[in-house]
Design a binder for this molecule. Structure first.
Ligand code: SAM
Length: 298
């Protein structure tokens, strides 16, 4: 039985149904805030797909970023042991206490997700075990949210999120594609990305101007490359993609964030077996790791 059918049996009204979403919005006279990237899901099949892709089970502690009026939250609460939903918009808080009133396993935090200490939350609510993050993300801060989760070493099992289609492509692609960049490398260093579904604008209210996709990032058990100085590797990656049209050597020499001389940069590139005319966009993660190890010795 699909999640939506099971759900209908248990609790009504459920918000995956567009008419119920409209009724809630009207009841509270809710006004969408563009600055918060508010595009609410109104398609039960997409909601089902997100929960299935995240593989939520009765033992899971789930963090939802941006619950909106609680549409996806209802699905998560039904499937998980416990859900913490973090919502920045204070106008949504009374609505959420209404739409989630039947669930005793949901906590709503009225906070900016970028300021929430998820390490602490995992310790306190999940005995430090890896948590699952699920969200229909606000698109204006997709990258800081994803990078924050990884760089702060939050204990994570997976991150299953709706993002702009173009951003999902960037996360999944490798060298040689125009979408390849610092985000691809960072995501792939920490996780295995898998695009679950493409989602058209008519699945949201209001409709976004761009196409969307659900992507699951499954955290690697161990890093796919070994590097002595992770920070240096990411500084090299950022420097080489900040000046995408330049050669790798020029990108690294010109970067204000790096302090290597022309000779040091050229010696390291040559030691890695690359031509001095090589461009950063042709290098894979293991190439950047080798380059970082060469420069780390300087
Ligand atoms: N989950 C709901 C759904 O699928 O219908 C809403 C998704 S909507 C794309 C993004 C949600 O994130 C909005 O509710 C918005 O207010 C919230 N949001 C935006 N910025 C946020 C932030 N910095 N921290 C927490 N929530 C945020």
């Amino acid at each position: 039985m699909a999640m939506e059918e099971k759900f209908m049996e248990k609790k009504k009204p459920w918000l995956g149904e567009p008419k119920n979403t409209i009724a809630v919005l009207q009841k509270y006279g809710f006004v969408f805030q563009k600055k918060y990237g508010q595009n609410f899901l109104i398609d039960p099949h997409v909601l089902d797909k997100i929960v299935a892709a995240a593989q939520i089970g009765p033992d899971d502690f789930v963090v939802e970023i941006g619950p909106g009026i609680g549409t996806l939250t209802q699905y998560l609460a039904y499937a998980a042991r416990e859900v913490c939903a973090v919502e920045i918009d204070k106008n949504l808080i009374p609505i959420l206490s209404d739409t989630l009133s039947e669930y005793d396993n949901v906590t709503v935090l009225n906070e900016d997700i970028l300021k929430v200490d998820l390490n602490r939350m995992a310790r306190e609510k999940n005995q430090g075990r890896p948590i699952k993050v699920v969200a229909n993300l606000p698109y204006y801060i997709t990258t800081p949210i994803i990078m924050g989760l990884f760089e702060n070493h939050v204990p994570l099992e997976s991150v299953t999120v709706m993002v702009q289609k173009e951003v999902a492509d960037r996360m999944q692609t490798g060298p040689g594609s125009k979408d390849y960049g610092a985000l691809s490398l960072a995501v792939q260093y920490y996780a295995d990305p898998y695009i679950v579904a493409n989602v058209p604008p008519n699945c949201f209210m209001p409709r976004p101007k761009v196409g969307s996709a659900v992507i699951r990032l499954t955290k690697h058990a161990s890093f796919p490359v070994e590097v002595k100085d992770e920070k240096l590797m990411f500084a090299l990656i950022r420097a080489s993609f900040n000046q995408r049209r330049k050669t790798l050597a020029n990108g690294l020499k010109n970067s204000p964030a790096l302090e290597f001389s022309k000779e040091e940069v050229e010696r390291a590139i040559t030691a890695c077996g690359f031509a001095l005319t090589v461009r950063g966009e042709t290098l894979a993660l293991e190439d950047f790791a080798r380059l970082a190890d060469e420069l780390e010795r300087v």
